[in-house]
Ligand binder design. Sequence first.
Ligand SMILES: [Zn+2]
Length: 232
Amino acid sequence: MRTVQLYLQDSYLREVEAEVVEVGEGVILDRTIFYAASGGQPGDTGKMVGSRTYDVKEVTKRDEIVHVSDPLPQVGEKVRLEIDWERRYRHMRMHTAIHVVSSIAMKEFGASITGNQINEEYSRIDFNFKDWNAQISTSLQGRVNQELRRNQDVSVLTMRREEILKVEGALKVDERLLPNLEVLRVVKIGDIDMQPDGGTHVRNTSEVGEIEIYKIENKGKNNKRMYFSIHR
Ligand SMILES: [Zn+2]
């Protein structure tokens, strides 16, 4: 990986200067503030401004972070990166919300989480729970909003793998899905949640606003899919 991912330290960077390192099907930069789609959070969109403006339509991550732009810049070109902040900030609020919902659904309602997807307008969580009903949704929503209103700080830590895995409830996915590293980036939301995570989050739960669980779908016998939106 040749690109420094600046958003891992500071999710609030909206603009930064960078240099084009390689151009193929997409663009590899020396540093970036564009979040690459992963962990249920969509990649950022925006633009790179150099000798002209290049629209960034998609950002993907495999071995490298690739910015899919139209048109393509030149290798060595200095560009100013500007992300579509309104969209990204929604993703940040949603991402913090999804951790709070998952953590409370797990710890207080005994649900086990199997997947999630963040969108600008709504997010969804897949989970296992045998007899879910509307009343449980209402209580879960109430508990989540109560915790969000406590203005809890969200912090980014680095922890040794064995240390974070000892924290109860920290592992929400199969351990094999975590990066194969000795030291992991951990996102801690006050006393609500702590888990290894590569996403972008808000600084305080007050920025999330309130969640509204508006739909639960059955996806097989015990599998459910919960949809929620956020508003202030
Ligand atoms: Zn996450």
